[in-house]
Unconditional design. Structure first.
Length: 149
């Protein structure tokens, strides 16, 4: 992985042109080598990593952000606003396991592939989406999401 924007390789419609380590803002410009560059209509894209959900919503309401992703109670409190839009987005979560834990019982369990599969099957994804994400995300059936091409 490259440590600077100008030493990374890009195959998508944009390339990173401004970024520093520990910086919350990244600037992307169209990739001149992208195979379908004639259909890239944005001249620049600035991405700012969220620092505070409340502060980000306030910045959006003040016109300083073009878009903000809402979570939890923000969804309930804002879903009747005229600018509220639900659209499919790609989001993937995963569980990391510590395979070298000092606890012998936990170590045996975590190193058992069937146990990890059972944990995965035990997660009620629909309930997580319905409650935590207020039904604003489709439940993934694989590595891709329904409605996101």
């Amino acid at each position: 992985m490259a440590k600077k924007a100008n030493t990374q390789l890009y195959s998508g419609p944009f390339k990173l042109v401004k970024w520093r380590s520990n910086c919350k803002t990244r600037v992307l410009k169209p990739n001149p080598y992208y195979w379908d560059k004639k259909h890239v209509y944005l001249h620049s894209l600035t991405i700012t990593t969220a620092t505070s959900l409340k502060a980000d919503l306030k910045r959006y309401r003040a016109g300083k952000l073009d878009e903000v992703q809402l979570f939890d109670n923000q969804i309930t409190e804002n879903k009747h606003q005229p600018d509220y839009v639900v659209r499919p987005f790609s989001s993937m979560r995963f569980i990391s396991y510590n395979f070298k834990t000092a606890n012998k019982t936990a170590n045996q369990l975590i190193n058992n592939q069937d146990a990890r599969l059972a944990i995965s099957h035990a997660i009620d994804r629909k309930t997580l989406i319905d409650n935590a994400l207020k039904k604003c995300l489709a439940c993934a059936k694989g590595t891709g999401h329904r409605g996101v091409e």
